[in-house]
Design a protein around this ligand. Structure first.
Ligand code: PLP
Length: 449
């Protein structure tokens, strides 16, 4: 069968049977899905043979790059030794134990406990129950409200999507569930620029204090946020933001949940994004880069002070069949070994992130670009009709989507969040490949313009 016929056969089957996540299927029918068949390093390849630089590391997850044989070997071996056993009911198994120990070693001081899940969404469902249960055990059962941020993405399960602040998600399925409050994000470009970045950062942090006071400090259990808001559009908080948030949380005795699903495992140039901002989380949901996406796995790293209260409370009625899955744990262990041995977070911090920052910023001179920003190996471009006034294009023009499609034509995966173009390449991207990424991004901008 020729490659073309095979592609078309798969596309037809895909259209007939495959319900894709976050996809308008009407759109798919017209365009046909792109079928990605293989990948190596920072490149993916489709059935038409086009090699594309994966500027999104899959979905912010393939931190060590594609084609790591040692992960495949570790998985193969574990499959043969013990493909599955649960970690319920007084049982455990070597890969999950080793992984919990390894994560405790890597995590900030005082975070020595790990609850395993199958994804970031499950991690955030777990967080919600842990936080509320913690306060109940502490004798403050009225402390139940979680404050999170508008436009945040924390996953797709009912609790995780409720914790998230994406209104289109809330409109489908009657979300959010009760007891979740959303406050403004520290989005300096989006707020128009009337305030300086630091003024805006302080204002956004103070919205937290105002909401705590409105809800009642004795009712607020936790504040949850990503260090840098990823899927929301790589929203990098102004320097004034996190110190003020820290002050407020300490003042009102409120837990800090730092969602590390994207920022964890080297993306910011530190092992965890909380270390970049000098935060002391009480709980840290993780996933994605934990296995570099080679197998699904997530978890919550829990501070001793929280874990001790939960442990003293007896059984926590919560868990997943695949909590600590031995094969996923084996993949995670090998992934962490690679990250450590190749000093990948250090490479991001010392080489790749500074290089990307200067190369990415050169795109700021393009007439379509209102702002170019980056932190670690995450970047965003704000597409605007007028650079001076930051005026956006009409939504119906779908400028971001067009730019995304042109980028693929040019050989680059970028994502569009509305008219904000974002990138988060594998952390092993070389400086030459960063040049290639930026050149292709410029081609996409030129084609869109
Ligand atoms: N939290 C953040 C910050 C995310 O970006 C995501 C996914 O993109 C999730 C949680 C949910 O993770 P998953 O898709 O593994 O359920």
């Amino acid at each position: 069968m020729s490659a073309e016929i095979e592609t078309s056969r798969l596309q037809q089957l895909d259209h007939a049977h495959f319900m894709h996540p976050f996809t308008d299927h009407n759109d798919l029918g017209a365009k046909g899905t792109r079928i990605i068949e293989r990948a190596d390093g920072v490149y993916i390849e489709d059935t038409a043979g086009q090699k594309i630089l994966d500027g999104m590391a899959g979905l912010w997850c393939v931190n060590v790059g594609y084609g790591r044989k040692s992960i495949a070997d570790a998985v193969y071996e574990q499959m043969q030794t013990l493909p599955f056993y649960n970690s319920f009911f007084q049982c455990t198994h070597p890969p999950a134990v080793e992984l919990a120990h390894e994560l405790a070693t890597l995590a900030p001081e005082g975070m020595n406990h790990v609850f395993f899940t199958g994804s970031g969404s499950e991690s955030n469902d777990t967080v919600l129950r842990m936080v509320r249960h913690y306060w109940a055990l502490k004798g403050q059962p009225e402390k139940q409200v979680m404050i999170t941020r508008e436009n945040a993405y924390h996953g797709s399960t009912v609790a995780a999507a409720s914790l998230g602040g994406m209104k289109p998600m809330h409109r489908q399925g009657g979300l959010p569930i009760p007891g979740i409050e959303h406050i403004a994000q520290p989005y300096w470009f989006g707020e128009g620029g009337a305030l300086s970045a630091d003024e805006l950062g302080l204002k956004a942090a103070q919205a937290l204090e105002a909401r705590i006071q409105a809800v009642g400090p004795d009712k607020v259990a936790a504040f949850m946020a990503e260090p840098v808001q990823g899927a929301g559009g790589v929203i990098i908080p102004p320097a004034s933001y996190w110190p003020e948030v820290k002050r407020i949380l300490a003042q009102y005795d409120i837990l800090l949940v730092v969602d590390e699903v994207i920022c964890g495992f080297g993306r910011t140039g530190e092992w965890f994004g909380c270390q970049y901002y000098d935060l002391t989380p009480d709980l840290m949901p993780i996933a994605k880069g934990m296995t570099s996406g080679y197998l699904p796995m997530g978890g919550v790293i829990v501070a001793d002070k929280v874990a001790e209260v939960l442990a003293a409370g007896g059984e926590f009625f919560h868990g997943y069949t695949y909590s600590g899955h031995p094969v996923a744990a084996a993949a995670a262990l090998e992934n962490l070994r690679i990250l450590k041995e190749e000093k990948i977070p250090e490479y991001v911090r010392d080489v790749a992130a500074p290089y990307l920052a200067q190369a990415w910023l050169t795109l700021a001179d393009h007439p379509l670009v209102g702002e170019a920003r980056s932190l670690g190996l995450m970047g965003a471009l704000e597409l605007v009709r007028h650079r001076e006034t930051r005026e956006r294009f009409a939504e119906s023009l779908k400028v971001g989507e067009r730019c995304r499609d042109y980028a693929v034509e040019a050989g680059l995966v970028m994502r569009a969040v509305g008219d904000t173009m974002i990138i988060a390449p594998p952390l092993v991207i070389t400086t030459e490949q960063i040049d290639e990424l930026v050149t292709k991004a410029r081609q996409a901008l030129d084609m869109t313009w």
